[in-house]
Design a protein around this ligand. Sequence first.
Ligand code: CUA
Length: 170
Amino acid sequence: MHVERSEKMFFIASAALLVVFALAVGISGFVYGIQVPQPVGLVDPKTVATPGADGYHFGDPVEERIRELAPGRYEVYILAQMWKFSPGSIGYGEDPITVPVGSTVTFYLTSKDVQHGFKLQGTNISMMVLPGQVSKLTATFDEPGEYDFVCHEYCGAAHQTMYGRLIVEP
Ligand code: CUA
């Protein structure tokens, strides 16, 4: 079979691009630690705020959604709903989430109603929050300060009021 020279060049260029893309994914994952949000499990959105439901910690009261596993090691279970995150929704009178500097925090999120988003400023945490599904990402906070998080998926009339705060204390 005869293959035109120009066609061969396209084959080679396409193969080279695949290698470049694979390298970009590999380097961002293994060198820069960029994580893809992992769906870790399923919950029932109707009962997720019941203590102990589905083996997670999205239950009331809200304070119990912040769990210190060991010194400097935390898990935070944030329940999203129109139009707040709990815990941390300072705009709705909730206390900010507070951890000491140097902490590693794993965030678990799910939604009680519609699709929301979760972006934590100053970190690489950005994920979709879906009813029925638990999403999980981890960050380490080496700088004290205020880290705001916002909903970045349009979720209804008061979407712009859906934000909260994490304080990293010195
Ligand atoms: Cu929740 Cu926008």
